[in-house]
Write a protein that binds this ligand. Sequence first.
Ligand code: CU
Length: 133
Amino acid sequence: MRKGIIISAVALVVVAGGVIIYTNRDSLFGSSNSTMPPMPTSSSTATQSTNSVAIQNFAFSPSAITIKKGTTVTWTNQDSTAHTVTETDSQDGPKSGNLSTGKSYSFTYNTVGTFKYECSIHTSMTGTVTVTE
Ligand SMILES: [Cu+2]
């Protein structure tokens, strides 16, 4: 009988401990969700006529731009993490190296075509520059 009580007590502690861990996990998840960067807006994925691209929330914004031949495009890192602007299609394109917070990099596109680039640190960050006559 006493053995049964002890086992029950141990089981209760295990269950209670599990509940506390679960609750903490839950609140951790809740707080990390609230600090998640906002989802990119649809406008940042549409092709835009600009020569200025922000690097923010682990994305190029806008990620697709159209420019005239001879235009200089400037990327500015607004994240607290270092990023790069690196061509990925073996054409003449940007090769910025690491850009720390607040740093900018410029590249002039002198050839008509479509040019792809990425952040070489976070390769899910991609962008496209379309150069027209
Ligand atoms: Cu990056």
